[in-house]
Design a protein. Structure first.
Length: 639
């Protein structure tokens, strides 16, 4: 039996070949210098035992859809892009046609076809592309006769099990990707053309006032995920720009017991009516000017939960927050660690481990570390320290949460940083929550209530290994007193302050907003952020924040004017810079995947909505032009 195996990239093809062949394989070059063919023997029980295997690879997507040249910029009305037929061409990656020819050629002599692409939607679609080109060489191959290996990391036993227990490609996931790619193509091309044609001359003319560059022909690119992403940044910018500070007042109380002083917080917090606060303050003084009475005192257990298993979104948020590594870079680095066999597949929405996961084995891999090896040993040797990780609420049923697979000590730079983070996060998830006790005291001054509390950390548990979480005992915050006891007032004053404007958006916050609003997926969020930066719709600014630096996101003139201009077009719930339309589309794509929505229905209905938005945009283009002019003039003080 001859089996053709095809991976998504050559690095995976090579690693899988090494594992299945036990490093006994022959390598052949192909017409594409980056793709190799690996030949070896492997025992497939379902196919009668030892089989002759040829393993090769694609390089991501082999083909893509494109608008035909007959519907080019100047050949037909832009709106025709929504209805014209599409053509399929080879992707721009190096040698896609040579990759296709290699698969077609190898398929001619194969009896079985096994797909080894990543187990996500895109991987399913790339697997379908591979099947189509294999079918050209061997008509017997189709979705019913091809198999796919389901794997999430490159640990040898896991790979061997994936090889001998293959499944089928997911036709519904393939349909969802097909719909998404067609929608993104048609809407992207249509709105890019109309925005570029409508705004390019104005942008070029105004910019030439500063730099004299009258030949600027920049494309004003539209993306159905990028524009809502831009909208989040502009919304925060507008909240800051339109913010008006309000004054507030509060009562600040300090008491003493013995030689120690203690601060208490007013139960009302802060009020925006000065006269009312002063009136309450005066009533307290009249009733009792020198002491407060302890009304409540209790101590209760307190816990700080160990982190949930790690998802892609959490990885990106934390790498941005803790290490100032962008979402795009963090995901690329994690994928490098995955292809090296060090961590599991890093594109996952799942925050619950499979119930049969061998946690002790994974922990044992980390005992060699000079930094966290001792802690890993304690989890293995002390049954009171280890616990099965908590289960979250998300499961994409494709990959487990991100976790370490093997130990590696010679990493450097950002790879070392992210690998350490993944390991420590996993060990923390396998640890007990931190525990403590919280003492709460309530005192009364006049008719007003004031509170103080103090924390004593009893067991640090997961905090011993997860160094980015902080939870410490508070010192001298609650006096040692009894209910009914009188405490002397050190000071009681009415203080004032002003509300503060929101802070500019950080990448961590942006990722969270995109995730909760369904803009992009765990695998594409980083790409959308990167695109609006490279398209110069937003910029990153780095400012000193204590001892470190904080990166915040700000709209450019173009990004700001596009978002504000679209908000003035009267598109309501289909506004292109708000998350509602794209969020609904992502729900529809999930509906295709679970079989509750039909591919054709979703495509037709969504294109109809975008087409109507396009007509409004085309008709009201002067509003977008004015928005850019106003933004440019405001920024350059050109009145």
């Amino acid at each position: 039996m001859r089996v053709l195996c095809v991976a998504e990239k050559n690095s995976i093809s090579k690693n899988v070949s090494q594992i299945l062949s036990k490093n006994s394989y022959q390598m052949e070059n192909t017409q594409n210098k980056y793709i190799k063919n690996y030949k070896f023997t492997f025992n497939f029980p379902r196919w009668g035992g030892d089989c002759e295997v040829t393993m090769t690879a694609a390089a991501g997507h082999i083909t893509k859809k494109e608008i035909p040249s007959s519907n080019g910029w100047n050949n037909s009305p832009t709106i025709s892009v929504f209805d014209c037929s599409l053509e399929t061409i080879y992707t721009d990656n190096d040698g896609a046609e040579k990759i296709a020819n290699n698969i077609q050629s190898l398929a001619r002599n194969a009896d079985m076809l096994m797909i080894w692409t990543d187990c996500d939607r895109e991987g399913e679609f790339i697997g379908w592309e591979i099947v189509k080109y294999a079918q050209r060489g061997n008509p017997r191959f189709n979705l019913d006769t091809a198999f796919r290996a389901k794997f999430s990391h490159l640990e040898p036993n896991h790979i061997r099990q994936a090889a001998i227990n293959p499944i089928k490609l997911d036709k519904l996931a393939i349909d969802a990707v097909d719909v998404r790619s067609e929608l993104d193509l048609r809407t992207g091309v249509a709105f890019t053309r109309i925005l570029t044609k409508g705004l390019q001359d104005t942008i070029r003319r105004l910019n030439s006032r500063n730099d004299g560059n009258k030949n600027d022909k920049s494309i004003i690119s539209y993306g159905p995920c990028q524009f809502p992403t831009l909208g989040f940044v502009v919304d925060r910018h507008l909240r800051i720009k339109n913010f008006k500070a309000e004054s507030f007042w509060y009562i600040d109380l300090k008491v003493k017991k013995g030689h120690s002083k203690y601060n208490f917080t007013w139960d009302r917090g802060r009020l925006f009516d000065r006269l009312y606060v002063v009136s309450l303050y005066q009533d307290c003084i009249l009733q009792n000017s020198s002491t407060v009475t302890v009304k409540e005192l209790f101590t209760k257990p307190k816990s700080k939960y160990a982190p949930l298993p790690l998802t892609t979104v959490e990885l990106q948020k934390d790498c941005s927050k803790y290490f100032k590594i962008s979402a795009k870079d963090s995901l690329n680095i994690a994928e490098n660690l995955y292809t090296k066999g060090l961590i599991s597949y890093p594109r996952t929405e799942t925050d619950s481990f499979p119930r049969n996961m061998d946690f002790k084995h994974l922990i044992s891999q980390q005992r060699e570390s000079s930094e966290w090896g001792e802690y890993a040993n304690s989890l293995l040797n002390d049954p009171t320290k280890f616990r099965i990780p908590r289960r979250g609420k998300h499961d994409d049923e494709a990959h487990p949460p991100i976790h370490p697979v093997t130990f590696q000590s010679n990493l450097v730079g950002k790879e070392k940083t992210i690998y350490e983070y993944v390991v420590r996060r996993f060990l923390a998830a396998c640890s007990l929550d931190a525990t403590g006790s919280m003492t709460n005291m309530t005192v009364q001054w006049g008719d007003e209530i004031f509170k103080a509390n103090g924390l004593v950390v009893l067991e640090r548990n997961y905090l011993e290994v997860y160094k980015w979480d902080h939870w410490d005992s508070t010192k001298n915050t609650v006096p040692n007193a009894n209910i009914g006891e009188k405490l002397s007032i050190v000071s009681a004053v009415v203080n004032s302050g002003e509300t503060s404007p929101p802070q500019p958006l950080t990448e961590t916050e942006l990722i969270a907003l995109m995730d909760v609003n369904g803009i992009g997926t765990d695998a594409t969020i980083a790409d959308h952020i990167e695109k609006i930066i490279t398209r110069e719709y937003i910029t990153k600014e780095k400012k000193k924040d204590g001892r470190s630096y904080k990166e915040t996101l700000h709209p450019t003139i173009l990004g700001y004017s596009l978002s504000v201009g679209f908000s003035q077009l009267g598109l309501d719930n289909i506004s292109l810079t708000k998350p509602f339309l794209r969020g609904d589309m992502e729900k529809d794509l999930n509906g295709i995947c679970n079989g509750t929505k039909q591919k054709g229905q979703v495509l037709e209905n969504t294109l109809k909505v975008y087409k109507e938005a396009f007509k409004v945009t085309e008709r009201k283009m002067p509003i977008l032009i004015k928005a850019y002019k106003d933004s440019w003039n405001y920024t350059h003080n050109d009145n």
